[in-house]
Design a protein around this ligand. Structure first.
Ligand code: ATP
Ligand code: MG
Length: 608
């Protein structure tokens, strides 16, 4: 069964059982700052599961089904085995706030319905051999009881089926962030003819909420839930029961197409063949390297299509890391020149019908891949030489990951991986120390430049924060600051965005900043921990600059104590800033231009 057919069969089955199809959301989660990338199908339904939004209003149904694009950085190191990817497609069916049973107690669609639906799809609709399937259920733990109900339903639906029982670690799902909906789950595991057991489908019975202090509660229900959660060791019952399931499309294809690894399915074989052709290894290349390249280029294409750009921080760092790792594995296969474009084109060809965004952004995707490969390719050979030198050095010598990072652009993880393969270690503390030293130097240099006077620079600084917030309002939350330069009388602001801004967009951003100046909002400084800043959804380039710092400085434009509606901008920064926005006088955008692939630059000024 080809991949298009599998997707269609899945959706048709759940539509026939009363579900409504919801398109995949972006890999870049919108409005959810608690996760870097979308890792599961439930993510876009979180507000509905928490009862904060109404699925009936938004989708006309509480029973939903989707094929979600997912990306898991946590699985990067597993890529290369038979069944793990970074990017993959997750088939799911969901029940969010289904109307209650007539007795007003149980949910209309919960375990009783979800288990048979899954079982009948696999063994009935697809004809999988029930003898190759076993399941697991939650054994209980941390005050949450064992899932007797799921056990009973499985025994009734699939008499004689092997049922394993696991605790919190394995059979309790979520939340993907520090707080959120979660619950016991039941996994469906398939044993391949090779003997490999692969987890195919996870059914999550979402009926709990894991609480968390500090973050403002979005609704009264959560405030109350959190209050109760403290008494219950962190967990509380959600007011509604939800179903959340996820099945990897690639793993299902692996089973249905009777292959030994996901990389031989029709979702991957053409990409692997392309790389094989370039490496001229006639199928004899190290399969792990081939798989890593294929996985990473596929993931990169999808990330770029969703607006991610290679950067040294955040999502951009994930993209940069997988692209550079793919390039490195190309070297391991003895590919000498640039090679990623052809596999990238293959990915687009393979997926363009299912994911039209690849089609639409083809040019941009290829440009980003090409630029990153050229950038890294230039220093890669020198960097590898440098690395070899260290590796050949005195026994036990630690690899200087900082030089490789700073001079040759080797992501830390890449150096660690190469070193590990040689039985060497990277001194990560040393790396962090040097990185911090470098940042300190940069900070002092900036301070010196600013020495002119804080008073002179502060208005431009605050204006830059306002502009960043305005751009995010006008263009969308995927926009982030990517560099800044302040002078007396004007400033330069770089940000992530894939195309030229229209005049209308520029006018709107400018007008919005001027509106905030007129509102005369206070600029409020707060010292918070990095965790808190993240939870508050503060704008910043998180992963590196602030690592290891006890406290960071957060500037609010708008008074946070009057409720979050008042706050226009939240951004980590060292200042200086004005005390009230009216001090900016008037704001003007001077010009807008490109500043590298996926980065735009605005020159602007506050005219005090
Ligand atoms: P595993 O233990 O195999 O890593 P998981 O417990 O992380 O899986 P879930 O979080 O329950 O998986 O995700 C639901 C389904 O998504 C899995 O049953 C599997 O089919 C698929 N899946 C999860 N992670 C990956 C991955 N890295 N690559 C491909 N498919 C995956
Ligand atoms: Mg996993």
């Amino acid at each position: 069964m080809v991949h298009q057919e599998i997707r269609q069969k899945f959706l048709d089955y759940f539509v026939a059982h009363g579900h409504t199809v919801v398109p995949s959301s972006s890999l870049v989660p919108s409005g959810d700052e608690s996760v870097l990338l979308t890792t599961a199908g439930m993510q876009q339904f979180k507000p509905y599961m928490l009862g904060e939004a109404d699925a009936l209003t938004d989708f006309g149904n509480t029973r939903l089904t989707s094929i979600q694009k997912c990306f898991r950085t946590s699985d990067i190191d597993a890529v290369g085995d038979e069944h793990h990817h970074t990017f993959f497609e997750m088939l799911g069916n969901f029940s969010v706030g289904d109307p209650k049973d007539s007795d007003g107690v149980g949910a209309g669609y919960f375990k009783e319905e979800a288990i048979p639906l899954a079982w009948n799809f696999l063994t009935g609709e697809l004809g999988l051999d029930p003898k190759r399937i076993h399941v697991s259920i939650f054994a209980g733990g941390e005050g949450i009881p064992k899932d007797w109900e799921a056990k009973k339903i499985w025994e009734r639906e699939a008499p004689g089926i092997k049922i394993q029982q696991y605790g919190k670690e394995d059979n309790f799902w979520g939340p993907p962030a520090t707080a959120g909906p979660c619950g016991p789950c039941s996994e469906i595991i398939y044993t391949l003819p090779s003997g490999l057991e692969t987890e195919l489908w996870n059914l999550v019975f979402m009926e709990y909420y894991k609480g968390e202090r500090g973050k403002p509660a979005k609704s009264e229900a959560i405030r109350r839930a959190r209050h109760n959660a403290k008494a219950l060791g962190g967990y509380t019952k959600l007011k509604q029961k939800n179903i959340d399931t996820g099945m990897g499309l690639e793993r299902l294809a692996l089973i249905l197409q009777e292959k030994e690894t996901v990389f031989e399915t029709d979702l991957f074989a053409p990409i692997i063949a392309e790389i094989d052709k370039i490496a001229k290894v006639d199928g004899r290349g190290d399969p792990r390297s081939l798989r890593i390249i294929a996985d990473h280029i596929r993931g990169a294409v999808f990330l770029i299509a969703d607006g991610v750009q290679p950067l040294n921080v955040g999502r951009g760092y994930v993209l940069r890391r997988i692209l550079r790792r793919a390039i490195l594995h190309g070297r391991l296969l003895d590919i000498s020149g640039y090679f990623l474009l052809e596999p990238a084109k293959k990915v687009i060809t393979l997926y363009r019908e299912v994911y039209p965004e690849l089609d639409k952004k083809e040019k941009e995707i290829l440009a980003v891949v090409e630029e990153e490969e050229q950038k890294f390719g230039k220093t890669l050979n020198q960097g590898l030489k440098q690395l070899e030198k260290t590796l050949r050095g005195p026994q036990g010598k630690l690899v200087d990951a900082f030089v490789l990072y700073d001079t040759y652009g080797f992501p830390l993880e890449l150096t660690k991986e190469i070193a590990q393969a040689r039985g060497l270690t990277v001194n990560e503390k040393e790396f962090e120390r040097k990185l911090e030293e470098q940042r300190e130097r940069a900070r002092s240099a900036q301070k010196e430049a600013k020495a002119a006077s804080d008073e002179e620079i502060a208005p431009q600084h605050t204006a830059a924060h306002l502009l960043n917030a305005a751009l995010r309002t006008v263009l969308g939350p995927q926009v982030h600051q990517a560099g800044q330069h302040l002078e007396v009388g004007r400033f330069r602001h770089d940000f992530t965005f894939g195309r030229k801004l229209t005049d209308e967009e520029l006018k709107r951003a400018e007008a919005l900043v001027n509106k905030k100046i007129k509102e005369d909002l206070p600029v409020v400084k707060a010292e918070v921990s990095l965790e808190e800043a993240k939870k508050l959804g503060a704008e910043a380039v998180f992963t590196e600059k602030y690592q290891g710092l006890e406290k960071v400085t957060l500037y609010h434009v708008g008074d946070p104590s009057t409720g979050s509606g008042q706050v226009f901008s939240k951004e980590l920064c060292a200042g200086p800033h004005v005390a009230q926005t009216s001090e900016l006088g008037r704001f003007e955008i001077i010009k807008e231009e490109a500043a590298g692939a996926g980065i735009r630059r605005i020159y602007a000024r506050a005219i005090t």
